[in-house]
Design a protein around this ligand. Sequence first.
Ligand code: GBH
Length: 450
Amino acid sequence: IGPSPKALAARFPADFLFGTATASFQIEGAAQADGRKASIWDAFSHMPGRVKGGDTGDVACDHYHKLEADLDLMTELGVAAYRFSIAWPRILPDGAGAVNETGIGFYDRLLDGLQSRGVKAFATLYHWDLPLALMGRGGWTDRDTARIFADYASLVTARLGDRLDTIVTFNEPWCSVYMGHLMGVHAPGERSIEAAMAALHVTNLAHGLGVQAIRSERPELSVGLVLNPMSVLPASDSAADRGAAERANDFHNGAFFGPVFEGAYPSALLDGCPDLSRNIQPCDLEVINQPLDFWGLNYYTPMRVKDDPSSPFPHAGSAPPVQPEKTDIGWEIEPAGLSHVVKYLYGRYQLPEFFITENGAADNTEVENGAVSDVMRVEYLTSHLGVAADLIAEGYPLKGYFAWSLMDNFEWAEGYSMRFGLIHVDYETQVRTIKQSGHWYTSLLAAHAA
Ligand code: GBH
């Protein structure tokens, strides 16, 4: 079943960073504690029928109250870096205006705790928990939200930036834009191409303004953006399917990589979605196209497409999986998709160095006799890390890898039904149990550090 942790570790350079990742809304809970106000995910998850089982983020892993114990678990795992996100509504409960000092205090304790344990801090400003108050103005469909985001970025940089190793503006804007405004399966639950195209551009603009704000506050801080580019694989070699893959690339990848790294939206996207151009003002693309120190890649599964003129733009329908193995959430296990997407992107765009900022599997194995034998997750991580090592050997500038996730958590529309953690969380008792995958990761990290 793949190489030993020691053999795998030997394939990564000494300065390669191994870490784990989480996001505020998925783990913190304490939704009303110490002055935090609601985010769009609090509202969405409290609407009947939106999240499986009616689950909410009210308590989650109660990480807000278990910070010290969770930091100790990181030490036990032996991670060199921790990727987390900051809850905007915890530090600016109304999105703008009055600062909640108690909320900032939580991140002060987190950063001090990481520093004293020698763990590098990778912060994300936006992992989908927009302050609900900003929905009054239209949320991400309103241009003003971009400016307000930049003020939030300045505040975080000024107050916490001295203890950050890197800062990221957005996590997977593809999800907050398309799943939130077109597919309606994530907050705020809209289903309109008009809203999606407005949210796309306002989010990209917010990224650019955010980078400018961070740089002017703290020029030496390393700044990046985390994307979930689709590894778009055509169902067949036919010209029609390859054409569909090209259009899907524009819609899913070019919509973000184009403006951010080239200062232009793909022309096919501008032509195919007239709602997009309407939102663009002169100079926006210069603002969006800021040089970045790095970018983050989140990879789980490929997207297979076939030509389908009857489906909406980009006229690419989904094609069946090729690999028979799936994780418990039903996603095809295809490590080759990781190298495919990296090679596609570095061939297509001028990109800086990168980190794999998320990779992992839903493996819902439960605790039995005090242990969790999540063998599938170990195999998933092993095979994907093998591809990561191949990419480094081929010269791609991959600097680190973050396993998703440190612990089981609120898996968005799936609620608590899907478990991605290296650490098991019992949601009744909040007891944590390091899984077999967690112990395996520890041996990998120990071998790498030796
Ligand atoms: C990430 O999202 C999130 O950053 C993280 O918060 C989350 O917990 C984690 O992954 C696990 O889900 O079927 O058309 O939607 C990843 C979300 C999953 C979005 C795969 C795209 C496939 C395409 N991605 N999904 S589609």
